[in-house]
Design a protein around this ligand. Sequence first.
Ligand SMILES: Cc1cc2nc3c(=O)[nH]c(=O)nc-3n(C[C@H](O)[C@H](O)[C@H](O)COP(=O)(O)OP(=O)(O)OC[C@H]3O[C@@H](n4cnc5c(N)ncnc54)[C@H](O)[C@@H]3O)c2cc1C
Length: 375
Amino acid sequence: MGPGSGLTSSIGGGPSHHSVGGGGCAKYGACTNQLVSLEVVLPTGEIIETGSQANIHSKFPFNRFGNGPDLAALFCGDNGIFGVKTKVSLQVFPKPEYAGYKTFLMPRNSLEISAQMMSEIRQKGIDVYDLMYIMDLLVRFGTQEKFLPLWDDLKKKRGMIFYTIEANSEKELDEKIRQLDKIMVENKSEELGPEISDGNIAKWHYTEQGHWQFYHNLWGIFPTIQPLTAECFSPIIQYPSILDDIDQWDFEHQEDMQKIFEITKIRCIAGSGPILLIDGTNVEITCGFTSFWSFYNGEAHKIIDEINIKLWKSLLKRVTEHGVQWYMMGDYMSRVMVDIGAYSEEYYNVMKSNKKTLDPKMILSRGKFNFWGEK
Ligand SMILES: Cc1cc2nc3c(=O)[nH]c(=O)nc-3n(C[C@H](O)[C@H](O)[C@H](O)COP(=O)(O)OP(=O)(O)OC[C@H]3O[C@@H](n4cnc5c(N)ncnc54)[C@H](O)[C@@H]3O)c2cc1C
């Protein structure tokens, strides 16, 4: 399950925050869904193995659940606070012989329609490998900035949706494609040609493993921009209203953004990256706002940093209030959850007491989740 972080991402980092990002995440879910067992060095120096490996006689990892509670779960999505993962066993799957990949231009107001399509696909039980919705603004902006040159010649620069699907026989593939295309066409989407040069980004994503590069390129469009984002999971049915609310938030914070505009002459923008279907009826949302580094045009502008941190927190709070589940939390988002009181007291206390048990001297990943009570 490749994240979009370009050419680097570590094995330990994946399960530590449920990495997910194309490369089969609609079919297989996040990296942790495939986890079989872990070897973890605890902050006390003790080493534990989980699942089948908790039995010292087991010759190799083969199952996650059993031999007691699912201790691996404690370290999945822990953002590195409970121990250092030194071995990770993951399930691997043979690549089926057949695959289909198509990209569709969507009608206007494609946000709600994309959610409708994803729901239909799930209701019909079609096991898409990947499915991504790229909203109108990103298509327009991406082509304008040459991030998506394959869509340069499109007459209508509107939202896009693509799917990839795998099968073990031609017959199976044809049938799955027939069902998927029916959903696309009934929702008034037009198929682009089959080749990458026709705009078929699905083909690039699948056959050339484009998913590794996608976000990396997106966040790197201008050298001076600073993407202030975080990544969360949400049910399909909720993401249209979350994205609408991010637009509303953007509107409400124009005054602060104008102060940055006066320095950079380019407006900051709030929004979301492409929406990825993940396992079950959930999607991954990368959201935030794109601003600038405070060192701009050869000068340091402290005010940019101040506004960035204020607005970033404000936006993350707003999105959290939609009930999303943050997964790539790291230092900042883990603190925001505590600062804005989004954890129930009971949940936070259990997390904190686990931290005290496993890391009594609080030496590992200091600062995350505000366990010291500091801001
Ligand atoms: C441009 C860009 C795009 C990205 N796109 C995506 C995406 O689409 N989807 C996605 O899920 N992520 C994405 N990421 C985030 C991240 O790169 C990936 O999730 C990646 O899989 C994590 O590996 P890493 O080496 O980057 O981890 P790091 O950032 O180094 O670590 C991630 C977390 O895990 C902890 N950690 C790392 N190694 C260990 C270990 N051995 N034991 C215990 N804790 C550990 C760290 O303390 C940290 O909290 C993106 C990042 C970038 C820069």
